[in-house]
Design a protein around this ligand. Structure first.
Ligand SMILES: [Zn+2]
Length: 199
């Protein structure tokens, strides 16, 4: 793999308490490592290693690596921040595009995925009854379900939501396509609050 594409691969970022908070590029991960702002987590043992130890690790042929004239460094998959211990607040703006993502282009009543033009925004509590255009009151609904529900509450229409609508708490972890996520991430994403990762 060319070095430039290795450098732009994603690396999972853990805060000081080993909670997955975001991702960054391998390039930035190596910079943080070099500056002692992070340690690389060895996927086989979960041992956190500083730059010197990490760059002294043997690199197996199947591992993505960054090679310089004098060094071959395995590309870090997971890094542990040495100082930061918070959770960055990432507020997602309420928009049709983000609603499409949260509801996965799926009607939240019948589960059909008819394509964007055939999906409408349903106000769970209808606007005529004071329902607002907010994350917790709007869902995607296919035209048939939207018509059927009309100006009623779901329970009045005998309809059920697939899941309650909530403001998405996406971190960029959720922005990384699953096939780009590294196997070593799994351990950390499993423990994350589900709404913080791809949903
Ligand atoms: Zn539907």
């Amino acid at each position: 793999m060319p070095i430039s594409s290795v450098l732009s691969q994603p690396a999972l970022v853990l805060n000081k308490s080993w909670c997955a908070i975001t991702t960054t590029t391998v390039r930035h991960a190596l910079e943080l490592l070099f500056k002692d702002a992070a340690q690389a987590v060895r996927p086989e043992t979960y041992e956190p290693l500083g730059f010197a130890s990490w760059s002294a690790q043997p690199v197996s042929p199947q591992d993505p690596c960054v090679a310089t004239v004098t060094l071959r460094i395995r590309a870090p998959e997971v890094i542990l921040l040495t100082r930061y211990n918070g959770f960055p607040q990432l507020r997602v703006a309420f928009s049709r595009k983000n609603l499409d993502r949260r509801d996965r282009h799926t009607c939240q009543y019948c589960g059909h995925r008819p394509g964007s033009p055939e999906l409408s925004i349903d106000h769970v509590v209808p606007r005529s009854r004071g329902g607002r255009a907010t994350w917790d009151n709007c869902v995607l609904a296919c035209l048939a379900c939207n018509r059927r529900k009309g100006d009623r509450l779901p329970e009045e229409a005998g309809m059920r939501l697939l899941r309650p609508p909530v403001r998405p708490g996406w971190t960029p972890v959720g922005d990384v396509p699953v096939d780009h996520q590294r196997p070593a991430w799994r351990q950390f994403l499993r423990g994350a609050r589900p709404r913080d990762i791809a949903s």
